[in-house]
Design a protein around this ligand. Structure first.
Ligand SMILES: [Ca+2]
Ligand SMILES: [Ca+2]
Length: 178
């Protein structure tokens, strides 16, 4: 009888732990900003190719093989060197060579992510993009990658939680028996 009750308590703890696991798979936003300082010059002969990394502590510590990516967005700060010539900037994302084309660089430039980019981010925590010039020269000041997805707690945390629940159950049982 005692063994059977313990068994029920243990399965309750497992059920509670998995329930909490599902509840804890929270919506998270990871963000990585690359600051190019005085600005990276982009000309038709020198595109800017760079990689965002969301696995760093600063970005929020994306965990490859555990966290999932649902969408991402890139915000760029492109600006002209005011030589009054025409500029055409091209943004390339994995899976989309013409993800963004801008001829007026006075505002904020932003692009939505691609499906391939999403997979790459989920698989590696990294995203490599390119900004090139179709016409004229301009500067890249900064690039911010914002990634939305879900993060699940570590299995070790879940196991600990389950053990804690089981422990509480046992303590309660002992109190009831005393
Ligand atoms: Ca701009
Ligand atoms: Ca220019």
């Amino acid at each position: 009888m005692k063994v059977k009750k313990l068994g029920v308590l243990a399965s309750l703890a497992v059920v509670a732990a998995s329930f909490c696991g599902a509840a804890n798979a929270a919506q998270v936003t990871w963000e990585d900003t690359i600051d190019f300082g005085a600005g990276r010059e982009v000309t038709p002969w020198s595109p800017a190719v760079y990689t965002h990394d969301i696995t760093t502590a600063d970005a929020g510590g994306f965990k490859v093989g555990q966290d999932t990516v649902s969408s991402y967005y890139l915000t760029l700060d492109l600006y002209d060197d005011n030589d009054k010539a025409t500029e055409i900037a091209l943004f390339s994302d994995p899976g989309n060579l013409v993800a963004g084309v801008w001829s007026d660089l006075s505002g904020v430039e932003g692009v939505k992510g691609t499906i391939l980019g999403r997979w790459l981010l989920e698989d590696t925590g990294h995203l490599t993009v390119a900004i090139s010039s179709l016409l004229g020269d301009f500067y890249l000041g900064s690039s911010t990658l914002s990634v939305k997805g879900t993060s699940v707690p570590e299995p070790a945390t879940l196991a600990l939680f389950g053990a804690a629940l089981l422990g509480f159950g046992l303590i309660r049982r002992k109190r009831l028996e005393a």
